[in-house]
Design a protein around this ligand. Sequence first.
Ligand SMILES: [Fe+2]
Ligand SMILES: [Fe+2]
Length: 165
Amino acid sequence: MNNTNKYQKSIDCLNDAIGKEISTSLQYMYFHVRMEDAGYEYLAAYFHKVAIEEMRHIEEFAERILFLQGDVNMNPAFESRQITEVPDMLRLAMKIEQSTIDSYNEAARITSEIKDTVTHHIFQSITQYEEQHLDNFRTELQNMTDYGDKYLALQSIGRSKSIAK
Ligand SMILES: [Fe+2]
Ligand SMILES: [Fe+2]
């Protein structure tokens, strides 16, 4: 058996990314159910949407690994945290996105060095999504800072309105 794969570094970067995406997706799904339970309709829906987006990233990374004839390590990189205060949730989400962006930029550099253009491109394009997540979480945290509990109250009113329809 040939145990030297010229794309091993790419496979390692991709598996590392999969671990992060799994943990991130689960963390956001936890935030989603917490926020939904608390009645924060829009924020809950946004975390649900992003959790699903991170799941799609897992699929894309995993398909690439199989194409490179590696195997997928489908395991979380870190455990979910039971955070229940919305500003703390947003702060953790921003931290996760920033560290993901940093590590995908590094993966883009490594995959470019070993001339794996397609994996390089996958990291580039997924990093754009992560930057968008970071930007949106930052905006939400800013809204919380500017409007405080009123912002969350408005979201609860939004849900009451939609129930009443
Ligand atoms: Fe992602
Ligand atoms: Fe993300």
